[in-house]
Design a protein around this ligand. Structure first.
Ligand code: GDP
Ligand code: MN
Length: 392
């Protein structure tokens, strides 16, 4: 789960990371009021959307007065911000964060994340932070410093000290940097985050370190033990079909193509998507049905595929193992089709394992326009052919 910048800032602040003063607003009037309350020489109005690249897309506006803050907030609120991370459709700005403006002499990058090759949490830092961090990192990989943290040892100040010096800090800035590193590491662990990123971390004109932008991603699988963090979820940022899928315990991600996909098992789902692409097809979704799924949950998932106007054909690829049986899948599909009022698109089913013959009988018996496939490759090629020719 992603959270907004203002939420991430308030979280890391609890761990001792210094941030500019600011307040969130949902209307232009409220934004102006926040600015008056701050009473700063200048302000920054920042669109709160779950995407980076806001600066370049006009989502970060420097303003000289509370009146200008109001104008900037008015322009941003309700608009669609398109950044290199939002996709072409952009994201609607529902809130802005108003901060005191900060003058700075350096922009750096600092993050805590999981280093997959080390299998540990690591701090990643770069002396060159700011808006083009990706390009800068690609051009000069040596500029990226990494401190892998041993979970038994925990955070070692001496190692962080060395990292801070590598970034060009000296004197009291080293201590400030070490405190910030420790803060984001602690926040990462205690919040069960998958990312805590400060970009830019700046050196202010006064010489102090300040987190000007903070992004945080939280591990969905650990949210059950963080009721307070769960409350930070912004429903407006969640794809509605993905919320719907959650209700039926389906692991679902919307994609851009025209082939509806239903699979049991995330690995099988990924393999199915790869295979579809290999055959020249374009999946409309990633859908992983849980082993313990009921007929009704399967039906709800299948209905989502039928209701997606982009879907021109459907591929069901299930391997009935010990828990999920093929007949449960077939009953779910039949149930969804019976209740569906418009034309059912071509459906290709590959059902292997427990009760696959029963599944076939159920689907054929219900008169559902299903083509069967003996294996995954046949399923993928048949459904791609169906999309191309509209027949199976
Ligand atoms: P992002 O583009 O979504 O990552 O948004 P950021 O919050 O990082 O803002 C983009 C850029 O705006 C930063 O890299 C800064 O250079 C600049 N910026 C943000 N806040 C301030 C501020 O208070 N003062 C000044 N001068 N620049 C700022
Ligand atoms: Mn940023």
């Amino acid at each position: 789960m992603n959270i907004h910048e203002y939420q991430a800032k308030s979280l890391v602040e609890r761990y001792g990371v210094p941030i500019p003063r600011g307040g969130v607003a949902k209307t232009a009037e409220a934004a102006e009021a926040v600015a008056r309350e701050l009473g700063a020489p200048s302000y920054v109005v920042k669109a709160q959307v779950h995407a980076g690249g806001r600066g370049k897309a006009g989502g970060v506006r420097l303003s000289a007065s509370p009146a200008e803050v109001r104008t900037a907030a008015d322009a941003l609120l309700g608009s669609r911000l398109v950044t290199h991370q939002t996709g072409p459709e952009g994201k609607t700005v529902g809130q802005v964060y108003v901060e005191e403006g900060v003058g700075f002499t350096r922009e750096l990058y600092l993050a805590a994340l999981v280093d997959r090759s080390a299998g540990r949490v690591a701090l990643i830092a770069s002396a060159e932070g700011g808006e083009d961090i990706e390009e800068k990192a690609a051009q000069n990989p040596a500029a990226i410093a990494r401190l892998v943290i041993d979970p038994d040892e925990g955070f070692v100040s001496a190692s962080a000290d060395a990292l801070a010096r590598q970034l060009g800090f000296s004197g009291v800035q080293v201590d400030e940097a070490v405190a910030i590193m420790q803060g984001i590491y602690q926040a990462f662990l205690e919040c069960d985050a998958s990312l805590v990123e400060i970009n830019p971390l700046v050196v202010t004109n006064a010489g102090d370190l300040l987190a000007l932008d903070v992004k945080m991603a939280l591990d969905d699988n650990a949210l059950f033990r963080h009721q307070d963090l769960e409350a930070l979820r912004d429903q407006d940022e969640v794809e509605p079909t993905e919320m719907e899928a959650k209700r039926f315990e389906l692991n679902f991600v919307k994609l851009e193509g025209n082939i509806g996909v239903m699979v049991n098992g995330a690995g099988l789902a990924l393999a199915t998507i790869d295979l579809l692409k290999h055959h020249g097809g374009a999946p409309a979704d990633f859908m992983d049905v849980r082993p313990s799924a009921t007929r009704d949950q399967v039906a709800a998932g299948f209905r989502m595929l039928l209701d997606n106007p982009k879907v021109e054909a459907i591929l069901v690829n299930v391997y009935g193992g010990g828990i999920l049986r093929c007949d449960t899948i077939a009953q779910g599909i039949a149930h969804a089709c019976r209740a569906h009022e418009t034309k059912i698109p071509p459906v290709v089913v590959r059902a292997a394992g427990t009760n696959s013959a029963v599944a076939r009988d159920i689907l054929v018996g219900q008169g559902i326009p299903v083509a069967f496939a003996a294996d995954m490759a046949e399923g993928a090629s048949k459904v791609v052919a169906a999309v191309k020719k509209e027949t199976v």
